[in-house]
Design a protein around this ligand. Structure first.
Ligand code: SAM
Length: 342
């Protein structure tokens, strides 16, 4: 068997985020704050068969972790069928999904039976009125129902993602830890990132990992960093009572050096970095019917040329402001986080 590809920094091709739709049923202020969006044309959206073929090609080259995302992945009709198709691939040993949870109550059991192993639910606030103001949705109860359904369905692990924003939810760190503990879940606090879509981003709204740890230490006492998988985006910590949590410090302490993940949009554009200006069109060769070897060579050679370290480069920017203004997001919706998949 040929050697598995590594990029110019020696990083393997190991983890793939598959955005199955660019549509979302929330309008979070840090991701989709505008009134109108340009969507990917429907005819460009990959079929399940096309997604499964691509996943297979990536798996042959070393990808063993696959995460379904979006947009909101549960807006894609019959997602369990795609899960079944990917789960059949024995090279994929970790199949997960990130969701806002609104539709999870309805689908959790079927997804679990189809072979989905892990679920991450985005939960930024425990206060329904804050969700209404921040994500333009009155469906906080549906998210909680989704979390309960995920627990009942017996996923291997349940994580909660909370983007921490100064002046919005930075006073809920302790409440979110307590909520996660009560629901046998682990919370991951995410620093507010200046990705495409975050047109209202500013540095002063970012609550850094250091600040989060200070707040939590004031309430819980000493916090112990946990050694672990240094390719995972979250650094994990333990409180004195054994409760664990994570922090994804993509703004103040980026993890580009070990980043082994890339993203495919719902229309088959492959991005080697969340911050990459351009992606590689995989839909065209796929629909042209290229043989497996040709698809594999394209993926292999592209990965071997990867030089991206987008979050680290952003660290060097002085007077850092939002990455894109709305006009450039409208000119190319692939720049949007909800298209790329978080
Ligand atoms: N709709 C699904 C969800 O809400 O989890 C999946 C897609 S969403 C883009 C994936 C993750 O990206 C979510 O956890 C979301 O909070 C995170 N995200 C979006 N914009 C972000 C930003 N500006 N900074 C940090 N995280 C962000």
């Amino acid at each position: 068997m040929a050697e598995l590809p590594r990029d110019t920094f020696g990083r393997p091709l190991a983890s793939l985020r598959l955005s199955v739709t660019d549509r979302c049923n929330l309008r979070c202020r840090y991701c989709m704050p505008e009134d109108e969006y340009v969507w990917l044309p429907r005819t460009s959206i990959l079929t399940f068969e096309e997604i499964a073929r691509l996943t297979g090609a990536f798996a042959e080259l070393g990808v063993h972790k696959v995460r379904l995302t979006g947009g909101e992945p549960l807006l894609r009709h019959d997602l369990s069928t795609l899960v079944t198709m990917i789960a059949r691939n024995t090279r994929v040993d970790d199949l997960a999904m990130t969701t806002n949870g609104l539709l999870l109550g309805k689908h959790a059991a079927a997804l679990r039976s189809a072979g989905l192993e892990r679920v991450t639910v985005s939960l930024d606030t425990l206060r329904p009125e804050r969700m209404l103001a921040f994500a333009k949705s009155a469906r906080h109860a549906d998210v909680l129902e989704g979390i309960a359904a995920a627990r009942q369905a017996g996923f291997a692990s349940l994580k909660l993602n909370s983007v921490v924003i100064r002046g919005f939810n930075d006073d809920e760190l302790v409440d979110l830890i307590e909520f996660a503990r009560g629901h046998e879940a682990e919370v991951r606090f995410i620093e507010y990132m200046d990705v495409g879509g975050a047109t209202r981003w500013s540095q002063d709204q970012v609550v850094s990992q250091r600040e989060m740890l200070e707040v939590l230490a004031r309430r819980y006492g000493p916090i112990e960093p946990l050694a672990g998988d240094n390719r995972a985006p979250a650094e994990r910590f333990r409180l004195a009572d054994g409760t664990t949590f994570g922090i994804i410090a993509s703004v103040t302490a980026p993890f580009c050096r070990t980043c082994d993940r890339s993203r495919i949009t719902a229309d088959g554009t492959w991005f080697l970095c969340l911050y990459a200006a351009r992606g590689i069109d995989l839909r065209e060769p796929l629909r042209r019917g290229v043989p497996d070897e040709e698809l594999a060579s394209l993926i292999r050679e592209t990965w071997q040329g990867r030089t991206d370290r987008g979050a680290e480069e952003r660290l060097g920017v002085t007077d850092r402001v939002a990455l894109y203004r709305i006009d450039s997001l409208r000119a190319d919706p692939h720049r949007e986080m909800h298209t790329r998949g978080g």
